[in-house]
Design a protein around this ligand. Structure first.
Ligand SMILES: Cc1cc2nc3c(=O)[nH]c(=O)nc-3n(C[C@H](O)[C@H](O)[C@H](O)COP(=O)(O)O)c2cc1C
Length: 171
């Protein structure tokens, strides 16, 4: 079933009410450079073994790179990292445009430095669902840091208090 534009917009509006944390999914491009994509459709799936899922649109560059490498990093952003979230929500922008201090390496998997939590994951399953793929990753390494999370609510980045930390964005 394909949605008409009004129903599609209503669907998007409904999900804009679902407040989430914000992650950056990091992968490696064929030439070895690091790639990042802002993602909020992620969750924990299992504790033993530790499994996470990330829902990635099949037109995303990240979709191709995760398919190629079978690995990804998932960094949960600090509330002061909305600039990084905006940066990696733009497919034209890449790591080379950022200061090198924004990236860290965890057991060979790139992550975002100073994220409040980061996990290195190995893909164990990929399920196509509509125009997205649900990638299930087994967590192989974990790093924690202090701080409050960045929150995505009604197409806006906010802090835990609900105060805006950046301008609106149409996604
Ligand atoms: C807050 C926020 C959350 C997002 N979550 C996702 C997501 O979970 N999955 C997805 O495929 N795209 C998501 N996007 C859109 C991607 O970040 C965006 O399309 C990105 O440019 C894709 O990058 P790539 O093509 O370089 O991989 C999100 C965007 C924003 C602003």
């Amino acid at each position: 079933m394909h949605l008409s534009d009004p129903v599609r917009n209503k669907y998007r509006d409904a999900w804009s009410k679902f407040a989430t944390g914000v992650t950056v999914i990091t992968t490696v491009e064929p030439d070895g450079s690091i790639h990042g994509m802002t993602a909020s459709s992620v969750t924990s799936v299992s504790i033993d073994p530790p499994l996470v899922l990330a829902v990635i649109g099949e037109t995303r560059q990240t979709h191709t790179y995760i398919g190629n490498t079978g690995r990804f990093g998932m960094s949960i952003l600090n509330e002061n990292q909305s600039d990084i979230a905006m940066h990696f929500a733009d497919p034209q922008k890449n790591f080379s445009q950022l200061d090198a201090s924004f990236v860290a390496n965890m057991s060979g998997i790139p992550i975002i430095a100073k994220a409040i939590a980061a996990m290195g994951c190995r893909v164990i399953a990929a399920h196509k669902a509509g125009d997205h793929t649900v990638f299930i990753g087994e967590v192989e390494s974990i790093q924690l840091d202090d701080g409050n999370p960045l929150v995505w609510f009604q197409r806006e980045f906010v802090g835990l208090s609900g105060s805006s930390v950046s301008a609106d964005r149409d996604v």
